[in-house]
Design a protein. Sequence first.
Length: 308
Amino acid sequence: MDDTQQLAEEVRRLKRERNAVVLAHYYVDGAVQDVADFVGDSYGLAKRAASLDCDGIVFAGVRFMGESAKLLSPEKRVIMPAPDAGCPMASMADVETIQRVRTAHPGIAVVCYVNSTAAVKAASDVCVTSSNAERIVSALAQRQIFFTPDRHLGHYLSERLPEKEFILNPGFCPIHEAVQLSEIKELEAAHPEARVLMHPECPQWGLGEADYVGSTAGIIESAVEGDAPAYIIVTVCGVLHEIEKRAAGQGKRFYFPKTRPVCPNMRKVTLRKVRDCLRDGTGEVPLPPADVCTGARAALERMLELAR
């Protein structure tokens, strides 16, 4: 039995002993995804966290994800294998900016991407993910929307929902921001039979090349269920593990841009760290202060309600 197999067996044993559930994002290492009870994107994992029957949750992802799980399941112990795994985009939004926008635009709806801190969620009216943002924003009574923190997802929504007026926070995901249009065109020229699947966190100058724009889960679904023989995947390359598992035997080919989209924070989550936090109980996610907790949970719960 090699080291990976041994660690996986330890994780499975510890899960049983601790009555714990492992949630893993599609962007983390494939070995971690393989020991998880549920693998998903931000929206899918948020729904799971709100409905689990267990004593503890191990969240294999970045900090805002573990924090959201704790907000939705405050009675459960939530631990993270890599508590230092942050999200740069989440650091590009702050409560002070939201307050200034509300003062300048009374009655505006503040819509917060789930990639954000609990404090920013608490100052917002509703959270969204890339899976449900269009549906939720279109359902809001307000015409004027302040979208934070991601300017690219916000711009994508503004084009999809022209009846709304958007004010955008200037944040972004550094990994998707780095996507080069020239690299996508190069792949298209080399593989004209391929369809381009792209995440809406990518800059708008790249989205025009896409045959499909959607969430991580949507990209995976399109690659697995689509009828093209090849796909150019423009999001974090951790999705390839799930795509290859589900598309096994189909003979499809998958390509990523030359500047390979790798999230260094997701890479911090390793199988050994999953084992260690389960064994030692380290990396516990605390509840935020009561006022932040109440507001942030309300924004997340409204998301789940409107997205049904």
